[in-house]
Every structure is written in structure tokens, then in C-alpha cells.
Design a protein around this ligand. Structure first.
Ligand SMILES: C[S@@+](CC[C@H](N)C(=O)[O-])C[C@H]1O[C@@H](n2cnc3c(N)ncnc32)[C@H](O)[C@@H]1O
Length: 284
């Protein structure tokens, strides 16, 4: 054992047992490189806590998203990084308190991580929609939201075809853009769903092709695009991939459909660790 390892072992066996639990949590969070949103001790901080006690599937179904339950159990999602959703939430750049009283639409809500985070961040009203292609929807989102005391309106429908009959202050469009066959219709629909002063947060898979000009890379199973098209799933809604934009394409999409554009995820831990993903804001 090196002198350094020896010193670490002495600290672990003699000092660590006497470090207060709160301080241990802070040290673990620091080592994971994650800072929490919200005030210490509030429900959002508990939901975003990285002090994971157990990886579990609490209701015997598969979970796409990794989420934490109030008792501290963390469900393992499909991604190897079980803090991916936390990092994505931070990349959205939602300021503490800024959702207070706002109406929020979560499109492609899936297991409900972002619905719950928005609810615990103080959103006044939440509507969550997902297409029928996801077998665990709405089972998991119902389970998660009820555990955290968040009460969204849950809709099972294609976001394009559904007549909302209303508008929202904030639309979360996370992990959906590259699943839609018509990105231009998606931008138009997002514009029609926003209140004056509202905004959409868009998280998307990105093009591998480099260009200073706006391009959409056409997802393919026969060319080495940044992800496959999964054409065998073309008949299902929201599973196959279609177009992967670059940042200029997102900027141009915002410009064409009357939005102000901001690359809010730039420099975030989420984008650094996931180079083919980006988070942008389209504001009205
Ligand atoms: C990659 S997952 C992202 C889930 C979640 N928003 C996140 O970022 O972790 C895409 C989700 O969008 C849903 N989806 C795709 N197309 C949709 C559509 N047209 N209408 C509603 N939901 C859709 C899928 O079923 C899936 O749950």
C-alpha cells in the first residue's frame, strides 16, 4: 500500500465514522461532481439528492429514466449514468423559484422525472403527455408522481395530434425532437402552445457532421450517423430517429418560427459528458 493509500485508509477507519451525516452527503456530492438545485432540505433537493441508498425497481416494471423516491431509493434507468437525469435538469438552467405558479407542459414525459422536478420546483399546474409507444407509461409516472405528491394531468396521446385547447408558460421538449418525422411541424406546434413571454426547453440528440451552416443529419441504419435510425420501429410513434440537428440548425429553426434562441446547456456537465446532446431554449 502506498503512503497515500495508507493515509486514506487511516482517515476512512478513524475520522470518517465521526463525520456528521450531512457533511458526508456534501463530500459524496462533491466527489460525484454534482451540486444540487433548490434549498437544502426542500423536496426538490431530496428528489435531486445524489445520496443514493439503493438501486431498485420499486414496482417491478422497467424504468427508462433514473429517478429517486422519497425514501432515498434510486431506480436504475436505461443509461449507465444513473445521475443523467439530474445533470440534464441542471443543464436546463431553470433558476430557483422561476417556475413558481407557472403552467408547464412536459412532452414525452415518460417515467415522469421532469414532471416531478417541475412540480417540486413550484410549477402551478403541470400537464404531461406521452404517446402510446411506451409500455411503462403512464404506470411509472403515476407511481412516481404520487410518491412525491405531484399531481399532473396525464395524457396518453401523440403530442402533434392532441388538441390541448390551451397554452402554457413553459414547455419541456426533452429527448423528443429527433423522434419526430417533421421537426418543422414540431417547432410550429411548440410556438402555438406557448403563452406570450413563455419558452420551450429543447433537449436533443445532435448531428455528428460538422458544419458552420444549419444542417440536419438524416439518421441512418446504413451510414455511421451519430445514432441509428432504428427503421424497424418506423411504424411506432416516437421510437425511431429521424433528424439530428447541429447548433446552427436549432438557431435557424428558432428564427424561422419566431423564437429567440439561447444555447442554455453550453458548458454544462451534461453536455460535456454527452457530446452528441444539447439543451437549447426557444423563447417567445
Ligand atoms: C428519449 S425519450 C425522453 C423521455 C424524457 N423526456 C427524458 O428526456 O428523459 C422520448 C419520449 O418521448 C415520447 N414521444 C416521442 N414522440 C412523441 C409524440 N409524438 N408525442 C408524445 N410523446 C412522444 C416517447 O414515447 C418517449 O417516452
Amino acid at each position: 500500500m502506498s503512503a497515500f493509500e495508507g493515509a486514506k485508509e487511516i482517515v476512512r477507519s478513524t475520522v470518517w465514522p465521526f463525520v456528521p451525516e450531512a457533511a458526508k452527503r456534501g463530500i459524496r456530492r462533491h466527489m460525484l461532481g454534482i451540486k444540487e438545485a433548490g434549498q437544502p432540505g426542500d423536496a426538490l433537493s431530496s428528489f435531486l439528492s445524489t445520496d443514493v441508498q439503493e438501486i431498485a425497481s420499486p414496482n417491478e416494471t422497467n424504468w427508462f429514466q433514473s429517478v429517486t423516491f422519497p425514501d432515498g431509493r434510486r431506480v436504475k434507468g436505461h443509461n449507465a449514468d444513473f445521475m443523467l437525469t439530474n445533470k440534464m435538469w441542471r443543464a436546463l438552467g431553470i433558476e430557483n423559484g422561476s417556475l413558481a405558479g407557472k403552467s408547464v407542459l412536459d412532452v414525452g414525459a415518460n417515467d415522469g422525472f421532469f414532471t416531478v422536478a417541475a412540480g417540486l420546483a413550484g410549477a402551478g399546474e403541470i400537464v404531461s403527455i406521452n404517446s402510446t409507444d411506451y409500455p411503462s407509461y403512464p404506470t411509472n409516472i403515476e407511481y412516481l408522481t404520487s410518491a412525491w405528491g405531484v399531481s399532473p394531468e396525464l395524457i396518453t396521446h401523440d403530442f402533434f395530434a392532441y388538441e390541448f385547447g390551451r397554452t402554457f408558460d413553459v414547455v419541456l421538449f426533452l429527448g423528443v425532437l429527433y423522434h419526430v418525422e417533421n421537426v418543422f411541424a414540431a417547432a410550429k406546434k411548440l410556438r402555438s402552445l406557448l403563452n406570450p413571454g413563455g419558452y420551450a426547453l429543447i433537449e436533443t440528440h445532435m448531428a455528428r457532421s460538422q458544419s458552420d451552416l444549419p444542417i440536419f443529419e438524416y439518421a441512418s441504419d446504413i451510414f455511421p450517423t451519430s445514432a441509428p435510425a432504428f427503421k424497424s420501429n418506423l411504424g411506432e410513434l416516437g421510437v425511431s430517429n429521424f433528424l439530428f440537428p447541429n447548433i446552427p440548425a436549432l438557431r435557424n429553426l428558432a428564427d424561422c418560427y419566431g423564437f429567440k434562441f439561447e444555447h442554455v446547456g453550453r458548458g454544462s456537465q451534461y453536455e460535456r459528458e454527452n457530446p452528441f446532446r444539447a439543451v437549447v431554449k426557444f423563447s417567445v
